[in-house]
Design a binder for this molecule. Structure first.
Ligand SMILES: [Zn+2]
Length: 559
């Protein structure tokens, strides 16, 4: 619900749940990192999502409902389709002949109410629920998946074993099709990035990567592996009878309105062929930079530089640090009917409306460099080059930036300052680098503390060593948080991920250092003098807001 900060402060003070001092401190943190005050209060564990929703419901005189531990009857759930429930963040939870009770994050959303009334032809009684509760409710649409697994396997296993020899036929049989479909649906519902299907001596283990961590999902009988491998090979047009060499392919999968593009890798292993599937969503809307964790002054510097008509915006970090997500968000910010945007990617991870996306293919000679050369003839305003990793691409990117294009790309360096020496190492002329690079963004991903089990704690002196060296003054007033581990987060204490960033704006002085081939340390020192927020400091901001832990930030900056 749209609620003003002053109004929220009023409600909280009256409730006596949170002290004025804590509210003011949360307001300051919220300003610093550009998040709603309510998020900070929840992140810090000062109030639960639930208690907050309850207070707001009381204030607006709407009934409050919690969906925690509530199993909604299937017939009730079916009154509103999953896609409608997701887009309006509403869950039907109780029904009689004439009326339907609906849990909503914003019971004043009149469009949502009207749509629900039309769809169900029932009187709609809106209730306010917490944001976490709505997410929990949405998951109920997918609750039967584990059960589905067990059922299909039990019913059909015998049949699959009997016809064991004819692989192609087994693969076309319904059970394997359905089992694989169930894996994919479950993975999408859990927002998993990868699925691993690995054969052991007497079983098959299926694991999902969620928030960067692999988790065992289910163990299946060993006899099913060959059929699953065959089915995946058919879908991705690989050779079914080739078992000795690795094969790569891809296929698409659709659930409701969500489309995922799936990259397939089949590798011969000791017991059988193992499979790794990488899921790339084609329908996820790119998130705003703030949601990715690029906030406050960092966000300001980036958006100022995106307004410049030409020059280069570089994103750096190791593999898996979230660079492409940031690139896609930026492209989306720039995506306007009057702007001609081209990308050259490897691979294309998300499709973007009205953006011309090209996939490199070195076997046909279509590389980053040659692609850049030919697309310049298409009169683009903005060009995104997936990665600059060789001299030829570096030269072409610089040339494009010099001739009036805004060029976005990624480099493989650890720090923002490191991008400049790296560029020079690739053989680019110092004066060209100095006159084209406008801003460098370095980033890492850290896991977010689970808001359902967050708690305050006092870290040991040892844990704080790294921060003490640099931010000793700040540490005295600092609070620290962690997740205890609960059902919501599978015991890990974490749920979801967010970026920590370091944004280097290339100033006059940094241009001069570039011309002199200055070292990484000298460039970094100058940037810090000009108030660049180091990645460690951005991490500390997110630690004090209760978003992440000391452990996560230290792990990420060491990568
Ligand atoms: Zn938890």
């Amino acid at each position: 619900m749209k609620i003003l900060p002053e109004e929220l402060k009023d409600i909280l003070l009256k409730s006596g749940f949170v002290s004025e001092k804590d509210i003011d401190s949360a307001v300051r943190a919220a300003d610093q990192i550009d998040r709603p005050v309510s998020d900070i209060l929840i992140f810090r564990g000062l109030i639960t999502d639930e208690a907050l929703a309850q207070l707001i419901a009381e204030h607006y005189k709407v009934p409050y409902i919690t969906l925690k531990n509530k199993t909604i009857e299937q017939t009730v759930l079916d009154t509103i389709s999953e896609s409608m429930a997701r887009s309006y963040r509403m869950i039907p939870f109780e029904k009689n002949e004439t009326a339907l009770k609906i849990a909503m994050e914003d019971p004043n959303d009149f469009e949502a109410l009207e749509q629900a009334r039309r769809r169900t032809r029932l009187k709609i009684i809106p209730h306010l629920a917490s944001s976490a509760d709505i997410s929990r409710g949405l998951a109920q649409y997918k609750r039967n998946i584990k059960q589905v697994f067990e059922q299909i396997i039990e019913e059909n296993l015998k049949k699959a074993v009997k016809t064991g020899d004819d692989l192609a036929r087994i693969a076309q049989d319904l059970p394997v099709v359905k089992i694989l479909e169930t894996f994919l649906q479950y993975a999408m519902a859990e927002a998993a990035s990868d699925i691993h299907i690995e054969a052991l001596e007497s079983s098959v283990v299926v694991r999902f990567r969620i928030d960067g961590v692999l988790r065992d999902i289910i163990t299946l009988p060993r006899s099913i592996q060959k059929a699953i491998v065959a089915r995946i090979k058919i879908l991705s047009e690989l050779k079914i009878d080739e078992h000795r060499i690795p094969q790569d392919g891809r296929f698409k999968f659709t659930m409701d309105e969500d489309v995922v593009s799936i990259r397939v890798s089949v590798i011969p292993a000791f017991y059988d062929e193992n499979i790794a599937l990488r899921l790339l969503s084609e329908s996820t809307r790119p998130q705003p930079l703030e949601e990715l964790g690029l906030t406050g002054n960092n966000a300001k510097i980036v958006s100022e530089n995106l307004k410049k008509p030409y020059g280069m915006v570089l994103i750096t970090g190791p593999t898996g640090s979230g660079k492409s997500t940031t690139l896609y968000s930026i492209l989306n910010m720039l995506n306007d009917p009057g702007v001609n945007i081209w990308t050259i990617e490897d691979p294309i991870e998300y499709a973007i409306n009205r953006v011309n996306q090209a996939q490199i293919n070195p076997t046909t000679g279509f590389t980053f460099a040659s692609g850049l050369r030919s697309l310049l003839r298409h009169d683009p305003n903005v060009i995104m080059v997936g990665e600059i990793r060789d001299n030829e691409t570096a030269q072409m990117a610089i040339h494009s930036a010099l001739t009036g294009h805004l060029v976005l790309s990624t480099l493989h360096t650890n720090s923002a300052a490191g991008a400049i020496p790296r560029f020079l190492d690739m053989g680019a002329e110092a004066f060209l680098v100095a006159s084209t690079v406008n801003v460098v963004i370095a980033q890492r991903l850290v896991r977010k503390i689970c808001t359902a089990c967050i708690e305050k704690f006092k870290p040991s002196e040892l844990e704080l060593t790294v921060f003490k060296e640099k931010f000793s003054g700040r540490l005295e007033k600092q609070e620290f948080y962690r997740g205890r581990g609960c059902q919501e987060c599978g015991g890990s204490g974490y749920k979801g991920r967010v970026g920590i960033f370091e944004v280097l704006a290339v100033s006059e002085d940094i241009r001069k250092l570039t011309l002199k081939h200055a070292s990484l340390d000298d460039i970094e020192e100058q940037a810090l003098k000009e108030h660049m927020i180091s990645m460690l400091e951005d991490g500390l901001d997110k630690i004090s807001a209760g978003i992440t832990t000391i452990e996560e930030v230290l792990r990420a900056v060491r990568e």
